[in-house]
Write a new protein. Structure first.
Length: 211
């Protein structure tokens, strides 16, 4: 009985360790910003998003789920604000401030022509979508650190309606009033060591039972 309880606890610990590493966010449906002046189509309303970093491939992978199929709004594009260590609340100034708590020092822009833009760098065919989900990948070499490790970057996603100028083009912030943490993908070696540790603990428990 004690062995089964110990093994159950070990499995629970493993699940908790792996699951708490994820930082996917959910965002309420229909929460368009009060000052937003663009189309209220669902593809400009974020309902879920995540950014992962894989040290083995040196890639940041971006995924967003919208409340309607991507490209419902022809002029839509999607801006990922990234805080690499020097982020500020760039929108929270001026006569109509928005985005309190949203800090970033660079942006990655996903466009409906399949490109991703980072500063003056345009990555062709790096953005894809299917139904209500849009995804893309960016090399960490294009997002150099400004004080943080890659796995410690934070992010926020905001869609924009390209037919509207200025901050009034921003339909939604995801998450609201804060940034989310990047999800670091465990390296294969780390997972192997973790599994080996669980196996050793389980074998020790069995030996104690029969000792």
């Amino acid at each position: 009985m004690k062995t089964r309880l110990l093994l159950s606890a070990l499995c629970g610990a493993a699940w908790l360790t792996l699951s708490t590493a994820a930082h996917a966010i959910a965002d309420p449906t229909g929460d368009f910003l009060p000052g937003y002046a663009g189309s209220h189509n669902g593809d400009l309303d974020v309902v879920g998003a995540t950014v992962t970093y894989d040290a083995a491939t040196h890639l940041f992978d971006f995924t967003a789920t919208l409340a309607a199929p991507v490209a419902t709004t022809s002029g839509a594009f999607y801006v990922w604000g990234i805080d690499r260590g020097a982020g500020t609340e760039k929108f929270n100034t001026g006569p109509a401030p928005i985005g309190a708590g949203v800090k970033f020092d660079t942006v990655v822009i996903f466009r409906l022509d399949g490109s991703a833009t980072i500063g003056s760098t345009v990555l062709a065919d790096d953005v894809t979508w299917s139904g209500d989900t849009i995804t893309g990948s960016v090399s960490d070499a294009l997002l150099p650190s400004m004080g943080r490790a890659f796995a410690d970057y934070t992010w926020n996603l905001w869609p924009r309606d390209g037919s509207v100028a200025g901050n009034a083009a921003i339909s939604d912030f995801a998450p609201d009033a804060s940034d989310a943490a990047v999800t670091a993908v465990p390296e294969p070696g780390s997972l192997g060591l973790f599994g080996a540790g669980l196996a050793l603990l389980a074998a020790t428990a069995v030996r104690r039972r029969h000792g």
